[in-house]
Write a protein that binds this ligand. Sequence first.
Ligand code: SF4
Length: 175
Amino acid sequence: MNLWNRLMCTCRRRSPWLFHMNSGSCNGCDIELVASLTPRYDAEQLGVRLEGSPRHADILCITGPVTRNAVGAIQTVYGQVCGPKAVVAIGSCPATTNVFIDSRTLDGPLNKHIPVDVFVPGCPPRPDAIIQGVAKAAQILAERGNNPPIADAAPQVVGSGATECACNECKEVQP
Ligand code: SF4
């Protein structure tokens, strides 16, 4: 890796920019993501910044159980994030579809449609777990350099998983 690429990897690790997408969530995870950026948890102090356009982001954060309507939009937005990029699935919904597992309106889990690097389980996960997930994604990005994600690589699971979901599926991905 040349000097420029090493510099870019360091910048990405020190100041990852996020784009948030809701794929049908109940808003519980979205509120916790916003809370992680407020002064109490203050992810911005670590260089994390929420961006309004996927084209400016390094990390795509997705909440929700992936509705059929959202699949096309997820793939479009994933394509709009310039590489190298990482995906963080926030909450038990994108990992397992959670309590909505039998719903005919869903087409989850998320990693069926795009590569997922980090799962943050919980219903909803706490803001500190979300920050941990973003930090892990930034580390993955820095290590990956300009290489694309490895196909079929198992996502990392981070967070305490202390907030348990009502279904049995999520417990499989909780640490
Ligand atoms: S994981 Fe829980 S809080 Fe998050 S979107 Fe799903 S049901 Fe809502």
